[in-house]
Design a protein around this ligand. Structure first.
Ligand SMILES: Cc1ncc(COP(=O)(O)O)c(C=O)c1O
Length: 383
């Protein structure tokens, strides 16, 4: 393989010198270098904090804690080098990380990305914002596996040298299905014209992260987030794992203070042993509830008795009998307006006709969802 990052990343971005501030060299003393407010923060309640200071642009302690956890839980074989802080870059949620990758690799009005529908919509949204065309290669939906169609992806990539990023969502959203690591490795070994981005937003609900592969292959970036398994959607922290070379580029191009002091303080606490245990315990509870809810929902008369896609994330997709989109949409609407239970209608996504995506809640919430779901479905089909 002749992968060369300099051929993938836009030259001006590859050669960027990161923003430097006096604080990179000196952190102590009377700090009059960054035009902060020496009187401290308002309101008064924040006076004892250091929120009047700019946050640390590098967050090495947090990066080390995350790398250590992912090394401990690594499931990939034949990885000689462990993850270190130098493999990580932070974003304001994965959504910012997705945008950064597109900006780094795709020349607006020229280059393209490849997505595998049905998939997460932000890849296309970010592409439109950046004037980058989106090419689509559907997942295999006919057998309900929602796996990557490896041959079709290879053919498309061979035909179109302007594709610079392939976005794989694993576990998928809305499919809930992981993409087999062997298929991902096959792609990494055979395509050297761009980056394979594996979005692992839901990985802690099933395990088997590919993050460690960034030290085996130069052409993979792995995205994770604290928004799902860690229950920290409000702090907005996304993580990109990549080769040290790519990580240097991503860190150089990000806004220097994109991660707030409060975000990194909460995130550091989330990687303490007791929090990690709580995160894993919660994921187990969610998985148990997912199966309980699935069994109940699929036993209903007007719901397909097989779920759609996989069970690798913290949600499930169920299909109304015969893929009836009209009925699914009515059910979705009445659930939200009459029962105040909000799920997601996904019936217009490829291979998802008649489907609702339901996030697994607490046992009490799931009981209410089931009660209201069965009641409204019975009403709607009574006539
Ligand atoms: C596959 C996938 N990636 C990324 C995100 C966004 O994550 P974040 O909250 O870190 O921006 C989501 C959120 O729903 C998602 O489903």
């Amino acid at each position: 393989m002749a992968f060369d990052l300099q051929n993938i990343v836009r030259p001006k971005i590859y050669n960027l010198e990161p923003y430097r501030c006096a604080r990179d060299d000196f952190q102590e003393g009377i700090l009059l270098d960054a035009n902060e407010n020496a009187h401290g923060p308002v309101p008064q309640a924040l006076l004892n904090t250091s929120l009047h200071r700019y946050p640390d642009p590098h967050q090495i302690q947090l990066k080390n804690a995350i790398a250590e956890y992912r090394n401990k839980t690594n499931s990939c074989d034949n990885i000689k080098e462990e993850l270190t802080a130098e493999n990580l870059c932070f974003g304001v949620g994965s959504d910012e990380s997705i945008d950064a990758l597109i900006r780094a690799c795709c020349v607006p009005g020229k280059d393209k990305i490849l997505v595998l529908p049905p998939t997460y919509s932000m890849y296309s949204v970010s592409s439109s914002i950046n004037d980058v065309e989106v090419v689509k290669c559907p997942l295999i939906v006919e057998d309900n596996s929602f796996q990557m169609n490896t041959d079709a992806v290879h053919d498309l990539l061979k035909k179109d040298p302007l594709i610079k990023i392939v976005f794989l969502t694993s576990p998928g959203n809305p499919t809930g299905a992981k993409i087999e690591t062997s298929r991902i490795e096959q792609l990494l070994q055979s395509w050297d014209k761009g980056m394979v981005v594996v979005d692992e937003a839901y990985i802690d609900f099933s395990g088997g992260s590919t993050a460690a592969l960034v030290n085996k292959y130069p052409n993979i970036c792995v995205l994770q987030t604290l928004s799902k398994s860690f229950g920290l959607a409000g702090i907005r922290l996304g993580i990109t794992f990549s080769s040290k070379e790519m990580s240097r580029v991503l860190n150089a191009m990000k806004a220097p203070y994109n991660i707030s002091s409060s975000t990194s303080e909460f995130a550091l606490k989330a990687f303490e042993d007791s929090s990690l245990k709580a995160m894993e315990d919660n994921a187990k509870k969610i998985n148990t509830e997912k199966l309980r809810l699935l069994k109940r929902l699929t036993s209903l008369k007007n719901v397909d008795d097989e779920h759609v896609g996989g069970l690798d994330a913290n949600f499930l997709m169920i299909r109304i009998k015969d893929g009836d989109n009209e009925l699914a949409q009515k059910l979705y609407y009445k659930l939200a307006t009459e029962s105040k239970v909000v799920v997601r209608f996904r019936g217009n996504e490829l291979g998802c006709s008649g489907c609702l995506r339901i996030t697994v809640g607490t046992p009490e919430e799931n009981d209410i969802l089931f009660r209201e779901f069965s009641k409204i479905l019975a009403e709607l089909t009574a006539a």
